[in-house]
Design a protein around this ligand. Structure first.
Ligand SMILES: [Zn+2]
Ligand SMILES: [Zn+2]
Ligand SMILES: [Zn+2]
Ligand SMILES: [Zn+2]
Ligand SMILES: [Zn+2]
Ligand SMILES: [Zn+2]
Length: 278
């Protein structure tokens, strides 16, 4: 098993100094995902408020790539904005990525506009539309989501005991093998690239592999299928995050934290009720 690590080795984040009302000097941002203190980090995609790195089991929609996530994330303490950890740390360029080694890929925060406002450009790895953060090739039309860039040509997931290898882009599921192979996770026909087991006949869509990257699998959350349920779930999850961060800040028992909590309460109605995910 070999994991693609170039995304993690670089970061586009910078530590944020404490507000001027606090006498403390600039503090290094904590690297542990569990430690969310009063310190935050400013990200260019959300420059008005600091983001805190937190780990929460609830579903969220990433404000960068516009896709689902759960678990580790960067969350705003004052509004609903959240980012996947890998989206927040997207490097400006990817050189010799295993999916597109022939050309350099450049990070874009804004998507290519939808043709006629209807069809968004498609990710060349998972086949889903790309509506936000993406790595795009300068030389050809290749592009992929930050989540898909975390995948590599050979992967090992907890769902299957053997290593999986990405089939060439031209291969479709079941082609050439005679027997109609189906995806071990979804059992459906879907577009995008496909992994095949190096030992047995197990197949897995790249799009179905994303749940092992974005935290949904680790947190036991099935991928929501209908867009209508997405909005509600993401809104509820956002509320939970604000409560969670509000609790952390209250725990500090300092003037700075209290002021921040008041700002949150003024900005939106904060429910004290714990919201259960469906
Ligand atoms: Zn994202
Ligand atoms: Zn915010
Ligand atoms: Zn993708
Ligand atoms: Zn290219
Ligand atoms: Zn599948
Ligand atoms: Zn196998």
């Amino acid at each position: 098993m070999r994991r693609h690590t170039s995304l993690k080795s670089q970061t586009s984040l910078r530590p944020m100094k404490r507000s001027s009302s606090s006498p403390a000097a600039a503090v290094e941002f904590p690297t542990s995902p569990q430690s969310a203190s009063g310190d935050g980090m400013l990200h260019y995609a959300h420059s008005e408020h600091p983001l805190l790195q937190v780990t929460l089991p609830e579903l969220f929609t990433c404000g960068g790539c516009k896709e689902y996530g759960a678990g580790r994330r960067f969350a705003c303490a004052q509004c609903d904005f959240q980012l996947h950890d890998f989206c927040a740390a997207s490097p400006p360029v990817l050189n010799s990525h295993p999916f597109h080694g022939q050309h350099q890929l450049v990070f874009h925060a804004k998507p290519k506009s939808a043709k006629g406002g209807i069809s968004w450009p498609r990710c060349d790895v998972c086949g889903k539309s790309s509506k936000g953060f993406a790595f795009r090739c300068r030389a050809c039309s290749f592009q992929m989501h930050p989540c898909c860039a975390m995948l590599t040509t050979e992967v090992h997931f907890p769902a299957h005991p053997h290593a999986l290898r990405l089939l060439p882009a031209v291969s479709t599921m079941g082609a050439g093998s005679g027997a109609a192979a189906s995806c071990g996770e979804c059992n459906k026909k879907r577009s995008g690239r496909v992994y095949r087991c190096t030992v047995c006949e197990y197949h897995l869509h790249a799009v179905c592999a994303k749940v092992f990257i974005n935290g949904l699998q680790a947190n036991g959350i099935p991928t929501p299928q209908r867009p209508s349920t997405l909005g509600t779930a993401a809104r509820l999850a956002g509320q939970v995050v604000i409560e969670f961060i509000g609790g952390l800040i209250e725990g500090l028992g300092e003037g700075v934290g209290e002021a921040l909590v008041q700002n949150i309460a003024r900005g939106r109605c904060v429910s004290r009720r714990r919201i259960q995910q469906p």
